[in-house]
Design a protein around this ligand. Structure first.
Ligand SMILES: Cc1cc2nc3c(=O)[nH]c(=O)nc-3n(C[C@H](O)[C@H](O)[C@H](O)COP(=O)(O)OP(=O)(O)OC[C@H]3O[C@@H](n4cnc5c(N)ncnc54)[C@H](O)[C@@H]3O)c2cc1C
Length: 475
């Protein structure tokens, strides 16, 4: 039951935001309280839906006055429970979904200014209308928001060519935890004035402030692209082929995805219209794409790479998309395999990185560690080879009782992370820390790093009300 203070807070909030801007009914709040996989549920005090930067600032000021904890929420596709409210009913979800304007596009400066609640797909379409490209691409792009992408420093499929969100943002507008608005919306490609405050906010997972606007860096829209799905005998061959592709395709390689045979099967299960792409099954596949503007012969580039791969025994077979529709069909395997995994129920999702050259040895060692502890578990290792970023996922043994799965998967995760430590890898290459990776993160933080991280949090949010308990424990 709401306390007297909470009731007064909600009354003030209702007066500020009106009916459209504040949700309190459990049915209306349903889609803000369950995570993407449906594994976890939270229960907020209410859901605030401000419609402008000024309204966000007023909501934050009100929260601060009443000592209410806040959870910024974008498209709610994050995978570490960062935007999921606690179940204690004490956190206010602040959804950015009504801040969804494309503010300005400057195709000469190759920049675009947007509200933080714009959905990534919308931003990409708006850029395309001006013959530009916003190159961030990920499976959740139909739902995730630019603010969420900034808060998580999202990566995705094209990082090897265009970098992560960190490289794609030139300026930010942020509501700080005390309600002040910081306007850092510069559209400058070079700017070396002191500390890079925007970079501190990138990847801060809503713990330092609420992003309300951003200036994004665009590129020219590709005029041509080529997509190929290749069958390979081993992870060693995949990494060797990546080396050839990086050297042979100039800097035009935009995606180089590792896909195990099991994922091709999961994709076909999830999307029955998909047919086995090659005559024979292969242990590993690479889905690669090159794109370019201007007079570049991409066909010759890809053909030469495939020839060299076949001659060297790295490639066993392959399909080259002959049209845009065929390319989309090949990409459908990559998208449907995620749905195929989701349908298998609760499973371990990791998001690790190692040096690219260490990928084969890591896959081998982590595979051995998992199989030794759980011989009937199923390993599904795929990912962005060019970033050294793997989703080394595990499906629990089919016969395992539901109630035992979570602890079992947690134990396997610790074993995988222990192997990762031997490779000096990262436990989070793109999804962030949130709440689910916090223990593993803290266990690996040096005292100096811990002190600096606590200091940054305390500087921005001395009262600890902005997304508390994410990245760092609550104070
Ligand atoms: C199918 C699928 C595929 C995915 N693929 C990738 C991938 O390839 N690469 C990748 O990096 N991620 C991937 N993700 C994870 C996820 O999509 C990204 O982390 C995305 O950037 C989250 O954006 P969002 O708007 O959904 O944020 P949310 O989930 O709503 O929030 C994520 C975090 O950011 C904070 N936050 C959200 N908006 C703001 C804001 N405006 N200001 C301050 N803090 C805010 C939240 O509090 C939370 O801590 C995938 C997820 C799914 C479901």
């Amino acid at each position: 039951m709401a306390s007297h203070d909470t009731t007064a807070f909600l009354d003030d909030l209702a007066g500020l935001l009106g009916k459209r801007g504040l949700l309190r009914d459990p049915d209306a709040m349903a889609r803000y309280i369950s995570d993407w996989a449906g594994d976890r549920l939270g229960m907020p005090l209410a859901v605030a839906r401000p419609a402008s930067t000024e309204e966000v600032a007023e909501v934050v000021t009100l929260c601060r006055r009443h000592g209410i904890r806040m959870v910024p929420q974008g498209g709610h596709t994050g995978l570490v429970a960062g935007a999921l409210p606690e179940a204690d009913g004490g956190e206010l979800v602040i959804s950015l979904e009504r801040l969804n304007r494309i503010r300005e596009i400057d195709p000469v400066n190759f920049t675009m200014s947007v509200d933080a609640g714009c959905v990534l797909d919308t931003v990409k379409q708006a850029a395309a209308e001006h013959d530009c490209d916003f190159p961030l691409s990920l499976g959740a792009q139909g739902s995730c928001q630019i603010g969420g992408n900034i808060a998580t420093n999202a990566g995705g499929l094209n990082v090897l060519r265009h970098g992560m969100m960190r490289q794609l943002v030139l300026g930010l507008e942020v509501v700080l935890p005390d309600g002040r608005i910081w306007n850092g919306l510069h559209a400058l490609h070079k700017d070396n004035r002191g500390y890079a405050l925007d970079q501190l906010l990138l990847g801060s997972e809503g713990t330092l402030g609420i992003v309300t606007g951003a200036v994004l860096r665009l590129c020219p829209r590709p005029e041509q692209s080529r997509t190929a799905l290749l069958g390979l005998p081993s992870v060693e061959a995949v990494v060797a082929l990546y080396g050839l592709a990086r050297r042979g395709c100039s800097d035009l390689l935009t995606a180089f995805e590792l896909i195990p045979r099991r994922c091709i099967e999961l994709a076909m299960e999830a999307t029955p219209s998909l047919r086995d792409p090659m005559d024979a099954a292969h242990p590993w596949y690479v889905l690669m794409e090159v794109d370019a503007t201007g007079p570049v012969d991409l066909d010759a580039m890809v053909e030469q790479l495939v020839e060299r791969g076949l001659e060297g025994g790295l490639i066993l077979d392959g399909v080259l998309a002959a049209s845009e529709a065929q390319a989309q069909q090949l990409w459908q395997f990559r998208e449907s395999m995620l749905e195929g995994q989701r349908r298998r129920g609760e499973h371990l999702r990791t998001d690790i990185s190692v040096p690219i050259s260490a990928i084969p040895a890591f896959v081998e060692a982590a595979g051995r560690a998992v199989t030794a502890a759980s011989p009937h578990a199923e390993i599904i290792a795929y990912g962005h080879v060019g970033d050294g970023n793997l989703h080394f996922n595990v499906l629990p043994p089919a016969e395992m009782a539901e109630a035992d799965k979570r602890d079992h998967l947690h134990d396997l995760e610790e074993r995988i992370f222990a192997v990762l430590d031997d490779f000096d890898g990262s436990i989070s290459a793109e999804h962030g820390i949130g709440r689910t990776k916090q223990a593993a993160y803290l266990a690996r933080l040096s005292p100096v790093e811990h002190e600096l991280a606590e200091g940054i949090k305390a500087l921005f949010d001395p009262e600890g009300l902005m997304n508390p308990g994410r990245i760092l424990p609550p104070r």
